[in-house]
Design a protein around this ligand. Structure first.
Ligand SMILES: Cc1ncc(COP(=O)(O)O)c(C=O)c1O
Length: 379
């Protein structure tokens, strides 16, 4: 496992840093079975040169339709090599150096890096307990318009956001879409954690509300099947999907893995696997929150997410994240510092904790160690 940015981790460190999938819950037997079925049926189709399997595109479109995306179809769904591929490609086809992109603060920094790589100017809108602050976004759009700047897109993760775990209410999604239409700015909706709902009513993705073609939506099999299959999708305006497809260097996503993923997912198997995962991740979230209550100083605030992979914490003023990092190293525990989640250097008193990867015992021990590190940092 890679070490954190501040150097290699000492032996025996419990990492709560990375949003890796739970290694004990990969559906190994089902993947083996699906692979055998695919190879048993059409070896040439699966193993020779060929396009992305149309059955997988259909399956993704159907799943999106089930979540209210009435316009999802084979024509506006693209399969990609992880959603990271679209996060890298969209800026390449849309951004010229100096163009403006709006992101959440904090947000998934991997996305921000790919926007910066093509020379985008990044504007950050704060994330509150309901996700991106829509009032702040409205003010920013007006200010930018007054300066003659029309942003290329608004990158947003409305459902179980990375890193805060926040969920944007339906009303805010509608306001966000109305702003996008009013100012003529595309919404780039990242729904990486959209299926990982532990409780509460499902809220439709923003793309489901979009009737005028202002939303490009991405989702991924990484969190609901396995990151290693590198299989994800984009759905949105056909013109953008076609341009993305043109720029996908290798063209298809491979006839073999697209067939295996489709076969695994068919006949309700994926949905039943997702239910199992949600029970597991919900339990792990609860284990982490209980451990936090027991071991963290009482003035550390945190968000209890209704889904996703992360618990986000806000540290008191006398406990800067850098001081906790130093003591966490001595206590053999690691986390993602808040500063690693902002494009603008904020987050000096914030940390992200992943409950997805470690088992229950390690989560409890990791939080115990981190609580001790926090107390030492304060002393
Ligand atoms: C918000 C968000 N988007 C995208 C990704 C990338 O996922 P993929 O494995 O599909 O490339 C991640 C991975 O952690 C993520 O947290």
């Amino acid at each position: 496992m890679p070490g954190p940015e501040w150097g290699a981790e000492p032996e025996g460190t419990i990492s709560l840093a990375y949003g890796f999938a739970d290694p004990e819950h990969f559906p190994v037997a089902e993947i083996v079975e699906a692979t055998a079925e695919v190879l048993g049926e059409d070896v040439n189709g699966a193993l020779n040169y060929g396009p992305t399997y149309a059955g997988l595109i259909r399956l993704v479109a159907q799943r999106l339709q089930a979540r209210g995306v009435a316009h999802a179809s084979a024509q506006n769904v693209l399969i990609s090599y992880g959603s990271s591929q679209i996060l890298a490609l969209l800026p390449q086809i849309m951004i010229d150096p100096g163009d403006t992109v709006i992101v959440e603060a904090p947000c998934f920094i991997g996305a921000v890096r790919s926007f910066q790589e093509v020379g985008a100017t990044i504007e950050s809108v704060p994330v509150r307990e309901n996700g991106m602050d829509i009032d702040a976004l409205a003010t920013m759009l007006v200010t930018l318009q007054q300066k003659g700047v029309r942003p290329k897109f608004i990158y947003v993760t409305p459902t179980y956001q990375n890193p805060t775990g926040t969920l944007m209410p339906l009303e805010n999604r509608k306001r966000l879409l109305a702003l996008a239409e009013q100012f003529g700015v595309l919404i780039f909706e990242d729904d990486a954690y959209g299926d990982l709902r532990f409780e509460g009513e499902a809220i439709p993705p923003i793309v489901a509300l979009d009737t005028k073609g202002w939303v490009l939506h991405i989702g991924t099999f990484s969190k609901i099947l396995a990151p290693g299959v590198r299989m994800a999708w984009a759905c949105g305006p056909e013109a953008i999907i076609q341009r993305l497809a043109k720029f996908k260097v290798e063209g298809s996503s491979g006839p073999f893995m697209t067939r295996v993923v489709e076969r695994f997912a068919a006949d309700g198997r994926l949905e039943s696997h997702i239910s199992d995962l949600n029970a597991t991740y919900r339990r792990k979230r609860d284990v982490m929150v209980e451990a936090i209550k027991e071991h963290f100083p009482a003035d550390v605030r945190y968000i209890v997410p209704q889904g996703g992979f992360f618990v986000y914490c806000y540290l008191p003023t006398d406990m800067p994240t850098v001081a906790v990092i130093k003591h966490a190293r001595d206590h053999k525990v690691s986390f993602l510092p808040g500063m690693g989640c902002y494009a603008n250097g904020q987050g000096t008193h914030e940390i992200r904790l992943a409950f997805s990867y470690q088992n229950d015992a390690n989560i409890i021990e990791g939080i115990r160690r981190l609580g001790a590190a926090m107390k030492a940092a304060r002393a």
